[in-house]
Design a protein around this ligand. Structure first.
Ligand SMILES: C[S@@+](CC[C@H](N)C(=O)[O-])C[C@H]1O[C@@H](n2cnc3c(N)ncnc32)[C@H](O)[C@@H]1O
Length: 181
């Protein structure tokens, strides 16, 4: 009996540890755990970027795709969420169905470094600085001039190819633009 109880206890400990690990150590990026941006910050970000129904709003590393979903539902934009983690992608898929925004939403379960993002007019990122810097060459190569980039929490390193247009320190939102030169 004691042996069975110890085994059950160990099983529960291992199971809980795996859940904790999954939250802080997602498959592709050990640097990008599933922290989620709050809805207030999402709305402020989209307002700061002046998102309209003509925009295509990408979230690179979209988690449950709360950003593109709000962009689609409240701002009438087209939303694209790219997420590498299967469970987060599935969560997003379910949310889109519940939210009835699927006609304006595209969800991709893939590595955003391999995605074509050239039709974006607005790109949202909530990624740690190391990943932001790694992402820069792709942004410069694929995005059109004038595309707005919203970074939540973390700033990009200063760069002449990326113009810091506005910042909302209180909400930790940084709005950039691919300059027109
Ligand atoms: C800090 S979370 C932000 C989630 C969401 N954007 C939000 O603000 O609520 C970063 C997300 O990026 C995802 N991610 C990290 N590297 C990725 C990659 N190369 N391709 C796709 N998703 C990635 C992680 O799995 C994680 O869900």
């Amino acid at each position: 009996m004691e042996f069975i109880l110890i085994n059950i206890f160990l099983g529960v400990v291992i199971f809980l540890s795996l859940i904790v690990l999954w939250f802080v150590w997602p498959p592709d990026s050990p640097w990008s755990p599933w922290w989620q941006v709050g809805t207030r910050q999402i709305r402020e970000s989209l307002k700061l970027a002046k998102v309209t129904k003509d925009d295509v709003v990408y979230d690179l590393g979209s988690g449950d795709s709360r950003v593109p979903i709000i962009a689609a539902r409240e701002f009438g934009a087209r939303g694209v969420g790219i997420e590498i983690d299967y469970i987060r992608h599935l969560t997003a898929w379910l949310k889109v169905r519940i939210d009835k925004t699927s006609d304006r939403m595209t969800l991709k379960r893939e590595n955003f470094f391999n995605s074509n993002i050239s039709d974006a007019t607005v790109v949202f990122v909530y990624l740690v600085p190391r990943v932001l810097e790694k992402l820069k060459p792709k942004l410069f190569k694929e995005l059109k001039k004038g595309t707005r980039i919203i970074s939540y929490k973390y700033k990009f390193e200063p760069d002449q190819n990326l113009e810091l247009v506005e910042q909302d320190e209180k909400n930790e939102i940084y709005l950039y633009k691919i300059p027109n030169f």
